[in-house]
Write a protein that binds this ligand. Structure first.
Ligand code: CFN
Ligand code: HCA
Length: 541
């Protein structure tokens, strides 16, 4: 067969061909040729351990806890208890932005706090050093809260970070000190770290400040981290509509926003993967309902604003939202009209985290671009398949067994895949289902959906399909570019952004237009172009 005639099934078979049988079997369950039919999606294996030896795109539990969830909060001193590299590489590389311009506002984000563990700390224990670090941070800054994050060696030597935190909290009296057992090796991926961070924030901080928050139509914006200023753009739009965002988890957030989250009327969930259980817990404990939103893509932004207005059912708000959409859309449409002739029909691949591989397909669709293959690094089956059961989640913040928490939470909210008939039966029995879209049903038939893509498979895909743009993270960036394919980081946005909301969409259209139409890539010679023997090994037999 000629490469151009390959079907997605051929490509899957080719990607698996080099693996030993056991590995091939496991990877086969994580690579899916999409044949989704409405809600009856084919099953994909997700949130399972990466096979040792495979160069995964995933990050670690510490990254998910410290970097992702707590990193974007500006007035908590975050101390990494571990070797300096862990603190350093999770220090603003995610490009989470903050605005502490209000007078007297605290902002510790420009600092990288770490105990800088050395060999002797590993041998004799690091608790004393941690205690000294907490004391030093307190004396220097007098923050309202100090958070401690465990790295791999801390778990291995058994430092009791929680005991140290309790002791220092009692000593200070006016500073909340809490610790996260988020050792990098725990769980399967970043996702376990999100869980550890969110459970603790929920049990330690949410509900602490009972003062009423001013404003109308009060919402929490859950799962928005202000990467490249996305949160600023969303806040601009919400404000213009008259919607009050009292608490973002956790882009540009403060301790008090978490403490006051129970004062909102509604939670709007942007990244479901990292926080859907907090939305559930806010609903179960405080009666705050939640809806799924997506501010990536101009149409999705308009749809999400309408969804929020619909929830409140206030004619004034509905009218204002329509006015804002009418004001913002002409600029967006003007840019689409200009760039679309150049982007129409081009192809993309998206392999990112736990929600962007899905959300960004809306932006590409607005440009007339087709997503041929996509997948998450660490999402769970509900993110792939959509919809879930509302559980009666109990906060289990103290459990050290995060794998158990993650599995339990999934079991509660997402029992094995059900047919429409089974769903109807459950619904008739009073179980409420919340709808959110899954990546699989939203993608075209005969596209490839791949969980936990690795370096080898990424190169295979690019080589065979040659997309016009490949979207992933920093570890993929240069290997893909060396294959002659434009690469856009959808984690840090390279140096760009915001890409959320209306203005963000315009930024993204320009960026992708520039990338997929740049001549520079045609000067690159990919290995298979320079070395014909290589491509000979890929011929299908
Ligand atoms: S900002 Fe979010 S949107 S929080 Fe999550 S699942 Fe990561 S850090 Mo990288 S870019 Fe990525 Fe998502 Fe939610 Fe970011 S797709 S991998 S853990 N993610
Ligand atoms: C993380 C953070 C990350 C990494 C991005 C990348 C981010 O999970 O460790 O691989 O480029 O967005 O900063 O996802």
């Amino acid at each position: 067969k000629k490469l151009v005639n390959w079907t997605p099934t051929d490509i899957k078979a080719d990607m698996l061909a080099k693996y030993p049988p056991k590995v091939a079997r496991k990877r086969a369950s994580q690579i899916l040729v999409n044949e989704a039919l409405g809600n009856e999606t084919p099953e994909i294996s997700a949130n399972v351990r990466t096979i040792p030896g495979i160069i995964t795109m995933r990050g670690c539990t510490y990254a998910g806890c410290k970097g992702v969830i707590l990193g974007p909060t500006r007035d908590i001193v975050n101390i990494t208890h571990g070797p300096i590299g862990c603190g350093f590489y999770s220090w603003l590389t995610r490009r989470n932005q903050t605005d502490a311009s209000a007078e007297g506002a605290e902002n510790f984000m420009p600092y990288c706090f770490s105990t800088d563990m050395q060999d002797q700390d590993i041998i004799f224990g690091g608790e004393k050093k941690l205690q000294a670090a907490i004391q030093e941070a307190y004396d220097l800054f007098h923050p309202k809260a100090i958070a401690i994050f465990a790295t791999c060696p801390v778990g291995l030597i058994g430092d009791d970070i929680h005991a140290v935190a309790r002791k220092m909290k009692a000593k200070f009296g006016d500073c909340n000190v809490f610790a996260f057992s988020c050792e990098g090796y725990k769980g399967v991926s970043q996702s376990a770290g999100h869980h550890i961070a969110n459970n603790k924030i929920f049990s330690e901080v949410v509900g602490e400040n009972d003062a009423e928050k001013p404003g109308e139509f009060k919402i929490n914006l859950l799962g928005e981290y202000n990467i490249g200023g996305d949160g600023f753009e969303i806040d601009r739009i919400l404000k213009k509509c008259g919607i009050t965002n009292i608490s973002t988890f956790s882009g540009n957030s403060t301790y008090d926003q978490f403490a006051s989250a129970h004062k909102a009327d509604l939670s709007a969930v942007m990244c479901h993967r990292s926080i859907n259980y907090v939305a559930d817990m806010l609903e179960t404990k405080f009666g705050i309902p939640w809806i799924k939103v997506n501010f990536i893509g101009a149409k999705s932004t308009a749809k999400s604003l309408r969804k929020i207005a619909e929830y409140f059912g206030d004619p004034g708000l509905t009218a204002r939202v329509e006015e804002v959409i009418a004001e913002e859309m002409p600029v967006v449409e003007e840019v689409i009209a200009e760039i679309r002739p150049r982007t129409e029909g081009k192809t993309a691949m998206l392999f990112v985290g736990g929600s962007r591989a899905h959300h960004y397909q809306d932006l590409f669709a607005e440009m007339g671009m087709k997503t041929l293959a996509a997948g998450y690094e660490f999402a769970h089956r509900d993110d792939y398949e959509g919809r879930h059961v509302i559980p009666n989640l109990k906060v289990d913040a103290d459990s050290r067994n995060i794998e158990e928490i993650e599995v339990k939470a999934d079991e509660q909210r997402y029992a094995p895949r059900k047919t429409s008939e089974e769903m109807a039966k459950l619904e008739a029995a009073g179980l409420k289902f919340k709808e959110y879209d899954g990546l699989i049903p939203d993608m075209d038939h005969q596209t490839l959906v791949i969980d936990d893509l690795n370096q080898y498979e990424a190169e295979k895909l690019v080589e065979i399909i040659k997309p016009d743009v490949f979207c992933a993270g920093i570890k993929e960036k240069f290997s893909i570019q060396k294959l002659g394919i434009p690469m856009k980081q959808l984690h840090s946005y390279d140096s760009g952004g915001p890409y959320a909301g209306f203005q963000g969409a315009v930024n993204f259209y320009h960026e992708i237009d520039r990338l997929v139409n740049s001549k520079v890539w045609s000067y690159m010679k990919a290995p298979w172009q320079e070395n014909p023997e290589l491509s000979a090994t890929y011929v299908w037999e």
